[in-house]
Write a protein that binds this ligand. Structure first.
Ligand SMILES: Cc1ncc(COP(=O)(O)O)c(C=O)c1O
Length: 452
């Protein structure tokens, strides 16, 4: 038999998260207070986050110990499997070797549970009783709902309107875990009411839902806010993916030439690639690292690298990132988790340093790739992950055209079992591509805060 799974036993769940900040050739730009434009300190963030997460946000420790209680919950699905996609390779008739790290095996359906468990744990430790959050695809909301149930926290989720309508079963899953779910924009917050007054039919966006969730937390001392991507501590928690992948690729006796992941806020990408990038900076890996974003929301490839708000209602600090402007509401593509106007400051920074590359994929190409993958490998990927798969297939076909083998590693960030409506619509020919909405983005960029 040909080996297709390269798996680790439970005791190989990583003991630390890998923090790349001390290994970077240039430090990250600090987050700024939107009023004073001075770097923010831990106290500025204290109304929103527990102190242990705030300290992780700025930590310069290379390794941060994973609490035993978090590792114990990770054991419900970690170490996640690494597959060699031999059937996909055959279907493509490529000399490339394709591997995928399957984060879709988490009980909530994606990589998001890696940070949800950690965030719920630290909040519980510090006496938080309620969490508020946003969700785009519904994957993050499901993950935080499950983690909240495990730690006895109340969880309130603002779900982007277009996803709320597209994915009723995601909402049901969050509710099954005990969370309460509100479509965003809603009339329950000032930020939501302001958007609805201007755009009564708004599809919503991650930027708007973040404003609503932040507002709820800022106004209630018992509620903290929890973010599913973008921030350093969120990306940090995801590094269990890359650390496991490094060991698993060694089991396979292989080493990636190209590493590919999709980017919405940057967390599954960072989770897989930062441990590899750490090695690359030490000369131990030559892998090309590729971020894949939707053509409809191309922050890394078309955005400006500058200070902007993380949310549409301008309640968050200013962070330096690739942004399309915080008022930009991306078209209603089905990869809801990729509809974010900005990008993680850490991912933006390594992109600016030329350490990683970025490219875009159109919606129809992403779904075509997802179907191809499903027919070969038997897993229906989340629409977000389809973007990574589409780029991996392109790379494998390039290998074929050049007659040169190469090793490709993909992050399969989640399964698509709650996204079947989008597959129904795709198969019925109802989905469309969206061109880069140049005029809208120009308008949103014109409204960027003046900092530098
Ligand atoms: C399955 C899946 N992949 C990827 C993403 C994109 O987020 P990030 O860039 O933080 O990994 C999401 C976001 O919701 C998601 O649900």
């Amino acid at each position: 038999m040909e080996t297709i799974q390269f798996n680790l036993p439970q005791d190989r769940i990583p003991r630390v998260w890998y923090n790349i900040l001390p290994d970077l050739p240039k430090p990250l730009a600090p987050a700024l207070h939107p009023g004073t434009l001075k770097p923010i300190g831990p106290d500025d963030l204290a109304p929103l986050f527990p102190m242990s997460l705030i300290l992780q946000e700025v930590s310069m420790e290379r390794e941060i110990e994973i609490p035993e209680a978090v590792r114990q919950i990770y054991a419900q699905w970690r170490p996640s499997p690494l597959f060699r996609a031999r059937r996909l390779e055959k279907a493509l008739d490529t000399p490339a070797r394709i591997y995928y790290k399957n984060e879709g095996v988490s009980p909530a359906g994606s990589h998001k549970l890696n940070t949800a468990v950690a965030q719920a744990y630290y909040n519980k430790q510090e006496g938080t009783t309620h969490l508020s959050t946003e969700t785009g695809a519904g994957q993050w909301g499901s993950a935080l709902a499950m983690a909240s149930a495990f730690f006895g926290l109340e969880c309130r989720v603002f779900m982007v309107r277009v996803s709320y309508d597209q994915k009723p079963y995601r909402r049901a899953l969050m509710e099954a875990f005990g969370a309460s779910v509100t479509a965003s924009p809603s009339n329950q917050t000032e930020s939501g009411r302001a958007i609805l007054a201007a755009h009564p039919d708004s599809n919503g966006s991650l930027g708007i839902a973040i404003s609503e969730a932040v507002e709820i937390a800022a106004k209630d001392p018992n509620t903290k806010y929890s973010l599913g991507s973008v921030l350093n501590h969120v990306l940090l928690h995801q590094t269990v993916i890359g650390q496991e992948a490094i060991e698993q690729m060694a089991l396979a006796g292989d080493d990636p030439d190209v590493i590919i992941a999709c980017t919405g806020g940057g967390s599954n990408f960072a989770g897989l690639v930062m441990p590899y990038l750490g090695r690359k900076l030490k000369g131990q890996s030559k892998a090309r690292i590729v971020a894949v974003e939707p053509a409809a929301c191309p922050s890394l490839t078309k955005g400006r690298f500058t200070y902007d708000f993380g949310d549409t209602g301008h309640l968050t600090p200013l962070v330096k990132m690739h942004t399309l402007g915080s008022s930009f509401v991306p078209p209603g593509i089905h990869a809801g988790g990729l509809r974010y106007h900005g990008m993680a400051p850490l991912v933006s920074h390594v992109m600016d340093l030329g350490l990683v590359e970025a490219t875009t994929v159109q919606q129809l190409d992403a779904f075509a790739a997802g179907i191809r993958f499903a027919r070969a490998e038997g897993i229906v990927p989340a629409p977000e992950a389809n973007h990574a798969i589409a780029e991996a297939i392109k790379e494998a076909l390039r290998a074929k055209a050049e007659g040169k083998p190469r090793t490709i590693l993909i992050n399969l960030s989640g399964h698509g079992h709650f996204d079947m409506q989008s597959y129904i619509d795709y198969q019925a020919g109802k989905l469309q591509n969206y061109d880069y909405p140049e005029e809208e983005i120009a308008m949103a960029l014109a409204g960027l805060p003046v900092v530098e």
